[in-house]
Design a binder for this molecule. Sequence first.
Ligand code: HEM
Length: 224
Amino acid sequence: MADAAKRLSSALQRVPIWLVYVIGFIPAVMNFTLGVLDQLGADPMRTLERALGEWSLRFLIIGLCVTPLRQLAGVSLLRYRRAFGLLAFWYVTLHLLTYMVLDQGLDWGAIWADIVKRPYITIGMASFVLLVPLALTSNNLSIRRLGALAWNRLHKLVYLAAAGGALHYVMLVKAWPLEPLVYAAIVATLLAYRLVRAVAKPARVRRPAPDGTVMPSPRSRLAR
Ligand code: HEM
């Protein structure tokens, strides 16, 4: 089992990071292409908006799976965690732009009214705002400037953003379809996992590696 995990990890290490970005952007390219070709169904704008929102949530979840996967199965995708986080950010940015440009026609009054009056938009916007500093500091220079401890603390905001994103999805549906509840349950489980580990053992953070990557201590229970 440990051997298989090791082999899988070393095979995965050979996947270049740029390939993760290329594969990660395929759904966006496909959806925009289908949109241009008028193949997105009866309400193309809504379909595009929803697909981008859903992919953002998926990448947030994939990013949150990295630590449990390493701790529980010994499979390390740490090298790609930044890519997962940035993909989540770019998808939510495209989701927001679709909403602002195609849905609201850049009517700032209507956008502001939506943000303050519709709770699911308020929560979505708050989650987006939380992701901005994370995206801006997802580089080695920021890790060196902030220091490992502060950087790790700041990047814990991803928990709130993921919870907000999942809540936003649950709130926007009128009935109780399964999909948003499944996403919410996955996010809740991933966050509960960290809480349990944190309570069981307080976090310890290592100094950044020479390339600036913060390698969480094996004993760190709150590592992202
Ligand atoms: C981290 C932040 C966010 C995440 C993870 C997220 C995710 C999602 C998801 C999963 C959906 C539903 C997709 C589906 O129905 O299949 C959705 C729909 C939507 N989101 Fe977001 N979203 C975020 C932020 C925002 C922001 C900032 C806005 C606008 C200010 C926004 C506006 C909308 C709208 C208008 C819909 C479609 C509602 C409808 O179907 O009528 N979202 N979002």
